[in-house]
Write a protein that binds this ligand. Structure first.
Ligand code: ZN
Length: 250
């Protein structure tokens, strides 16, 4: 387990403990000590220094307003000294396509220029999620990354950083997101239910049904652990192939 608490200003006290308790209630277990990103600044600094040593980073003093105009990064600071004052650090993505095979979404190709030079350290000194996650995936020997399709767009940044740092690229599988029937984010609508430890089996079965799996009805009365045991034997990823969004039902 990794707690991604880099942005300490936004960390809600007690949140990590509640998250761990929820994972346990739903039958998940983990090996090794829990990794807190907030304690690993030296590792991220070393990675940043390695990138800078190969001239793969540059300081960027663009304001939010200057960046709003287009997708990606317009390249304003690539070849100019930054303005005085605090600056962000960006990683040079370079040109050309970047292709990877996603276990669920198939072959994905992104233009590096369109994704843009990603921020690796923010103006306020906080290391970016994109850098930290690459460092931690490598150090924790992560072989498979399974996450929501909303993070598909971040994957080319992470793969480019892995190449630059000389670490292995894990396998990726991006699961469809459950969304409102209108396609909007599920957010805090009536269709967005909080997790309830006492209903772990039922809630896991509901999620599995939405993902096209067919857990037997009697499983809804079992523990979260029992549902996970069933799904580890019966998981049918082909039912989600190429699907990025699934509409929630009432
Ligand atoms: Zn800039």
């Amino acid at each position: 387990v990794r707690i991604e608490d880099l942005d300490r200003a936004r960390v809600v006290p007690g949140c990590a403990d509640r998250l761990l308790a929820t994972l346990e209630a739903f039958g998940f277990e983990w090996d090794g000590a829990i990794v807190y990103q907030s304690t690993r600044g030296e590792l991220y600094a070393a990675a940043l220094a390695a990138l800078a040593g190969r001239d793969l980073t540059f300081a960027c003093s663009c304001s939010r307003r200057e960046l709003e105009r287009e997708a990606g990064y317009p390249g304003t600071c690539r070849r100019r000294p930054p303005r005085a004052g605090p600056a962000a650090v960006r990683f040079r993505m370079g040109d050309g396509p970047l292709t990877f095979a996603d276990a669920l979404q198939g072959l994905c190709t992104f233009e590096r220029r369109e994704r843009g030079d990603v921020v690796v350290r923010r103006r306020d000194g906080v290391f970016s999620y994109q850098l930290a996650v690459v460092v931690d995936d490598a150090l924790q020997n992560i072989t498979d990354v399974v996450r929501g399709a909303d993070l598909l767009d971040s994957t080319p940044w992470q793969i480019a950083l892995q190449h630059a740092l000389g670490v292995a690229t894990p396998r990726y599988a991006h699961l469809p997101l459950i969304v409102e029937p209108s396609g909007a984010k599920l957010a805090k609508s009536r269709r967005s239910m909080p997790l309830e430890a006492s209903a772990a089996g039922r809630q896991l079965c509901e999620a599995l049904c939405l993902l096209g799996q067919e857990p037997p009805a009697e499983l809804t009365l079992e523990s979260g652990r029992a549902v996970l045991d069933w799904v580890s034997e019966n998981w049918k990823p082909q039912r989600m192939r190429g699907v990025r969004e699934i509409a929630a039902r009432d």
